[in-house]
Design a protein around this ligand. Structure first.
Ligand code: HEC
Length: 170
């Protein structure tokens, strides 16, 4: 039999530790970078599918959920967004995108969007028809990779109004 006082002290210790985690600076920076130069999407629908499935981690238009403020979940989200934007950023399509060649295959293989993300974001769950459309939307973006990843001239569009980047229904 564990003495009740000790249990209460343990719970208190956990609460204090949890609160201390919240004070750490990492994971609190939720400013989205300015600037938006997107690929030339085949259609509005094509873009909308990519917004649904990819923009939270691969664009400058991350929607930060309330739990992105709660450590240690906030650290995981921060890591996803920073790592995701580094790997591929649909908002900086005027810059070389080393992984552009893999956008369609990453979805085809089921690697992207990550399954844990789809679980938490129902809008990132696609019907078979939507999945086909999403892959089709991404396929034209699969240009050369590595140092050659600059998009061909004229293959970028500038979206001036950030409002246009977050269509209703997100
Ligand atoms: C929850 C965040 C998140 C979402 C949503 C997401 N990605 Fe990613 N993605 C990442 C991270 C983090 C990396 C880099 C590290 C890695 O490879 O796991 C990455 C890497 C990639 C890469 C680089 C090659 C590779 O497979 O590692 C491609 C291509 C990619 N993502 C495509 C997509 C596409 C297309 C979508 C939407 C259908 C998408 N991602 C949705 C987080 C995400």
């Amino acid at each position: 039999m564990i003495p009740r006082g000790r249990v209460l002290w343990s719970i208190g210790g956990l609460v204090v530790a949890f609160l201390a985690l919240q004070a750490l600076p990492y994971g609190h920076d939720h400013t989205n970078p300015a600037g938006n130069v997107e690929p030339a999407w085949a259609s509005r629908q094509a873009r909308a599918l990519v917004v649904r499935g990819c923009f939270d981690c691969h664009s400058n238009f991350t929607t930060w959920p309330w739990y992105s403020n709660v450590a240690p979940v906030s650290w995981l989200i921060q890591r996803d967004v920073v790592g995701g934007r580094q790997a591929l950023n649909f908002s900086t399509w005027n810059k070389p995108q080393a992984n552009a060649g893999d956008v369609a295959s990453a979805v085809q293989d089921g690697a992207m969007p990550p399954s844990y993300y789809a679980l938490l974001h129902p809008r990132a769950t696609f019907s078979p028809a939507e999945l086909t459309a999403l892959i089709r939307a991404l396929a034209p973006l699969s240009g050369p990779t590595g140092d050659q990843a600059r998009p061909p001239l004229g293959a970028v569009i500038r979206v001036a109004t950030p409002g246009g980047a977050t269509p209703s229904g997100r």
